[in-house]
Design a protein around this ligand. Structure first.
Ligand SMILES: Cc1cc2nc3c(=O)[nH]c(=O)nc-3n(C[C@H](O)[C@H](O)[C@H](O)COP(=O)(O)OP(=O)(O)OC[C@H]3O[C@@H](n4cnc5c(N)ncnc54)[C@H](O)[C@@H]3O)c2cc1C
Length: 472
């Protein structure tokens, strides 16, 4: 592998160093909220930082649902990491997938996109690998009910959602049409609520006059959750408002309802009324998260154990128990005070850890005060003009909540270009034109190979008997 200015040789002869001899080396794994904040907090520190991520972008996950529903283009919420950290001269960004961490030899093992092995030696390591979907022991559901964690996930969902209407338009079979026009979102937390609200607005306000054979207003949007309420951690008043608003938008909200089976054509749901099989081609998983496998890897290497959600326990200063040279922050860790898996926690932990490393690089080796989370509140949108927000003890709903939500989300995006672009798209998509400007889809590619193979074998087994589709 060729990289500029090598100085660190690795075990296998490759190297990926580009820093000054003798300077303290910090490796940060993950360029999400936790990783980027750690790097930024080290801006003025006399250290060499290598930030390694398997994607080339810093993803603003809270707006993924807007990519999935065609409101925003992926680039607006996922600026290149290189660009984000361009002016910070002590950071070098690497695109590589971290596969192993050797705590004894202080080496991070990663693979570049072409498969080349990269070894990254460190003096201090910060791991901020985030989380992934959890299907509660039913990983086979993932292909039929994908979740939304990456830009690829959101683009794939956009293809499935808009593709379902395309397939309904060409279908001559009423039952098949209904299956294409039924959308089920599993999980009524903020992501599920936001997505269900947007699916309803797509069907009712955006698409109706564009199709000739179907009436998109007949689409069924179902939101289900095993809990007895939507938005479980929010205040009762906000939960009530959210439920009423969703129902006004025609969303069929089913609480106390657990998914018991999911396949390509349907989802089976168990509720106090009994078990029901809902025929629906498009299902979205917004129900559970599992820490990055990096958490289990670090736990194993350091002799600790992860919790039920796969999260790594860390000390009050976010370091690995017994190791002050390794820190972990964000969604992949659990702390004594059981902090929620939200961006603010990851960012504040990143800043806290960065400051500790900076202090230590100046020779200050005192034990820091434990990490303390400052809760700035939580919020969720329900539609283009409705949101709930609980910030600084004040609970607001409706248009005011929506404005607050817009302001905070725009300000947290990185770069003025992205902020202005996002605002422009919101005004255009949600307020005036009620169009969705980003509707490129690739329906075939959105279904994975096994599903494609299943359809293919169906076609083969029925052979010549399949009539050609007539479009009337
Ligand atoms: C759909 C959705 C909506 C959300 N909405 C909100 C919201 O409204 N408000 C809120 O506060 N929070 C929200 N969250 C949660 C918030 O996004 C997370 O809490 C936050 O991203 C956690 O930051 P992190 O740094 O721990 O992980 P992430 O931001 O996920 O970053 C992890 C990074 O690590 C990289 N990585 C992982 N494994 C490897 C590896 N092996 N090698 C190299 N790189 C690796 C990933 O590519 C990624 O860039 C939402 C999350 C999702 C998925």
């Amino acid at each position: 592998m060729t990289t500029a200015g090598h100085d660190h040789s690795s075990a296998d002869g490759t190297s990926a160093g580009a820093h000054q001899q003798g300077r303290h080396r910090v490796v940060i794994v993950g360029g999400g909220f936790g990783g980027v904040q750690t790097a930024k907090a080290l801006k003025k520190a006399d250290v060499d930082i290598t930030l390694v991520d398997r994607t080339n972008h810093h993803l603003f996950q809270p707006l993924l649902y807007q990519v999935a529903t065609g409101i925003l283009s992926p680039g607006l919420i996922a600026p290149a990491l290189r660009r984000v950290l361009k002016s910070q001269r002590n950071v070098r960004t690497l695109l590589a997938d971290v596969g192993d961490i050797d705590l004894e030899r202080k080496l991070v093992h990663a693979a570049a996109p072409d498969g080349q092995h990269i070894d990254l030696p460190y003096d201090t390591l910060v791991v901020a690998g985030g989380a992934t979907h959890a299907y509660f022991g039913h990983d086979e559901w993932a292909e039929h009910a994908p979740g939304m964690k990456t830009i690829e996930d959101a683009r794939m969902l956009r293809s499935r959602i808009l593709g379902a209407y395309e397939l309904a338009e060409v279908s001559q079979d009423p039952a098949e049409r209904e299956a294409y026009m039924t959308f089920v979102v599993v999980g009524a937390g903020p992501t599920g609520v936001e997505l269900a609200g947007q699916l309803s607005e797509l069907a009712r306000y955006v698409l109706p006059r564009e199709y000739r054979s179907i009436d998109t207003r007949e689409a069924k949007i179902i939101l289900l959750d095993g809990a007895p309420t939507v938005l479980p951690p929010f205040a009762k008043k906000l939960q009530r408002y959210t439920l009423e608003t969703l129902e006004e938008k025609g969303v069929d909200v089913r609480l106390n309802s657990m998914a018991t089976n999911i396949d390509a054509d349907s989802i089976t749901v168990k509720s106090p009324k009994g078990e029901e099989r809902i025929v629906a081609r498009t299902k979205v998983w917004a129900a559970g998260v599992q820490a990055s496998p990096l958490a289990a890897m670090l736990a194993k290497a350091s002799g600790t154990e992860v919790d039920r959600a796969g999260r790594l326990p860390v000390d009050p200063d976010c370091s690995l128990p017994g190791r002050r040279d390794v820190y972990a922050v964000g969604d992949m860790v659990s702390t004594i005070d059981r902090l929620p898996g939200v961006a603010q926690v990851a960012m504040q932990q990143g800043t806290y850890v960065g400051k500790q490393i900076a202090a230590r690089s100046k020779g200050d080796d005192t034990t820091p005060a434990p990490f303390k989370y400052f809760d700035k509140g939580s919020m969720a949108t329900i539609g283009a003009r409705e949101a709930v927000a609980d910030a600084f003890g004040v609970k607001v709903t409706g248009w005011l909540g929506y404005l607050l939500w817009c302001y905070i989300h725009v300000m947290f995006l990185i770069g003025w270009g992205n902020r202005i672009g996002t605002l422009y798209n919101w005004v255009r998509s949600l307020r005036y034109a009620r169009n969705r400007g980003h509707r490129l889809i690739s329906v075939r590619a959105s279904y994975d190979e096994s599903l494609a193979a299943e359809h293919h074998s169906h076609a083969e087994s029925f052979g010549r008997d399949i009539p050609e589709k007539q479009i009337s």
